[in-house]
Design a protein around this ligand. Sequence first.
Ligand code: X2X
Length: 335
Amino acid sequence: MLTRRFTGFTAALAGAALLCTALTAQAREYSVSTVLSNAFPWGQAADKWAELVKERSDGRITLRVYPNSQLVNGDQTREFSAMRQGLIDMAVGSTINWSPQVPQLNLFSLPFLMPDYDAVDAVTGGKAGEMVFDAIESRGVIPLAWGENGFRELSNSKLPINEPEDLDGLKIRVVGSPLFHDTFTALGANPTQMSWADAKPALTTGAVDGQENPLSVFDVARIDQVGQKYLTLWHYMNDPLIFAVNRNVWQQFPEKDRELLRQAAEDAGAWEIEKSRGERDDRLAAIKERGVEVVELDDAQHQAFVDATRSVYNTWTPKIGEALVETARQAAENR
Ligand code: X2X
């Protein structure tokens, strides 16, 4: 009896030891944070990254995507800090949401810095992009590749916006950087900062009159259903995404896995950028089809918005860094 019990106990111990070995030998799962789910290009970019990494590592490395900013309780402006601290292993994040911790990331939010996709590619793919990546790395996070949330367009429930004066007094939901507060204040609007999680409820109740987001977000989140009847295509900023990894996590990977992760991020980013740009016309058609009144600005109207926000560009340039802004400006100009 005693012997049998003892045998049972040793067997259990041996079993536990085996389980431990199996667990340590088993590949670790790495968390990847995103704000938007895979109903949107943003979440699809993260899924693609996970898929490529799994495939190319023969299942050794598993990335698990956690959408809706759930790893930071909905507060997307804390994503970068959480990744730096190691609460999150990796992220595909917006430059806007990380800009409170990395001031250089405000570059992309400078009003009308990048007029078209070629300008975006010239900035992210050139010296300015390298400078931005250096700034991220100096803050303890390893950036790997670019993706794209898209050109942010302006919607509201009250009236067609053709000129800055139309924004007078409108309550606009804005994202996490104080730069947006300054931009909308310069335009005469009444900006309120809130997370994406709070934005749709605020639009639904009429707590705010308007918002700005890429067409893909407007389309997939069905922003037209919460009373946003007017949409102005002013392309005032492009919102790039960055694939990145916590530094300690990165350092634990052998060189060949780092290369695998980086290449997979680049391929996923390029895939997502092409797909999301390619879908833009169809999204716009779908939005119009639902009865949203779309305003496209002529050159003079566009210039009026550029002029009205020039002061923001000038005030924020030294905060971002004169050299970085100048490098980006030239890249955009010589695209
Ligand atoms: O909050 C937003 O507007 C969103 C989803 O576009 C970002 O996270 C920047």
